[in-house]
Design a protein around this ligand. Structure first.
Ligand code: SF4
Length: 103
């Protein structure tokens, strides 16, 4: 993906309106916090539920897509989903989680 200045494309101060602001962010890193598989699944589900009703989800997803080193759940997507999406974009294949984005 193109090297861009993310801040030019997202709403300034977007994280102030994040559903996850102020909560324990451990659940957003379900595979990296040393918890059991069952706990990881539960944490992933809980994190995605926060994202589902988050009004700044698109800003977060954009940031996650253009920050490959960000490993947690962002914008309702997992690290693996974003990695796959980047590959689909590079290969010119139909997108999944960013299918609604304009070119
Ligand atoms: S989309 Fe999810 S991870 Fe991103 S700010 Fe909202 S709740 Fe947090």
């Amino acid at each position: 993906m193109a090297d861009i200045n993310i801040d030019e494309y997202v709403t300034p101060g977007w994280f102030e309106h994040a559903n996850c602001k102020g909560i324990d962010t451990e659940i957003f890193f379900p595979l990296f916090n040393g918890s059991s598989t069952m706990d990881s699944r539960m944490n992933k589900k809980r994190a995605l539920a926060y994202c589902a009703s988050c009004i700044v989800r698109e800003n977060c997803l954009f940031r996650g897509m253009y920050s490959p080193s960000d490993t947690g759940i962002m914008g309702g997507s997992t690290f693996v989903q974003r990695s796959r999406e980047r590959r689909l974009i590079r290969e010119g294949k139909p997108r999944e989680i960013t299918a609604h984005w304009k070119e």
